[in-house]
Design a protein around this ligand. Structure first.
Ligand code: ZN
Length: 166
């Protein structure tokens, strides 16, 4: 597994998300002018795809297709539970395909950055020292692992097949 991180340009990212259309709405709408994302699931209500800026291999983002911002308040219970069912399935698929030590789930939306609510489902590989787990796995200040296109395609296919089986 490649472990060479690329510095994450938080300033450029901040400018991009603050000036453009909501990037998650663009991914959900399959905007051809937006960089490709590797979807592993799509329904009428939700998408799941490989994080373009993962801190570990196989990090997935789950989001509603509709632009919602507040992680609890903007969802009727049944819609929330439907999304959480997908989070659960993605976690199970990651466990089956990548055999992580454990899976982290977090929703860290920010009105100043990505306002569109989403969940990070992050497979923690074995062997990461305790001090580098948890926050470090969600913190882009230490850089990200660039997606290898061929590897991402295979991984997205494996994960989507596994999701279909659940
Ligand atoms: Zn949006």
């Amino acid at each position: 597994m490649a472990d060479e991180r690329t510095p994450f340009d938080l300033d450029a990212y901040t400018r991009e998300v603050q000036t453009g259309e909501c990037w998650l709405c663009r991914v959900a709408a399959h905007d051809p002018d937006y960089p490709r994302h590797y979807l592993i699931h799509e329904s009428d209500d939700a998408i799941a795809f490989l994080n373009r800026y993962p801190t570990v291999r196989g990090a997935v983002i789950v989001a509603p297709k509709t632009h919602r911002e507040a992680v609890i308040q903007d969802f009727p219970l049944q819609e929330y539970l439907t999304l959480q069912r997908l989070v659960w399935r993605v976690g199970r698929a990651l466990q089956a395909v990548l055999k992580p030590e454990r899976v982290y789930v977090a929703s860290l939306g920010s009105p100043q950055l990505t306002a569109h609510v989403h969940w990070h489902v992050v497979p923690v590989p074995p062997g990461i020292p305790p001090g580098e787990q948890q926050a470090a796995l969600l913190d882009l200040r230490s850089g990200y692992l660039p997606l290898d296109e061929a590897e991402a395609r295979v991984l997205a296919t494996d994960l989507s097949m596994m999701l279909l089986a659940m």
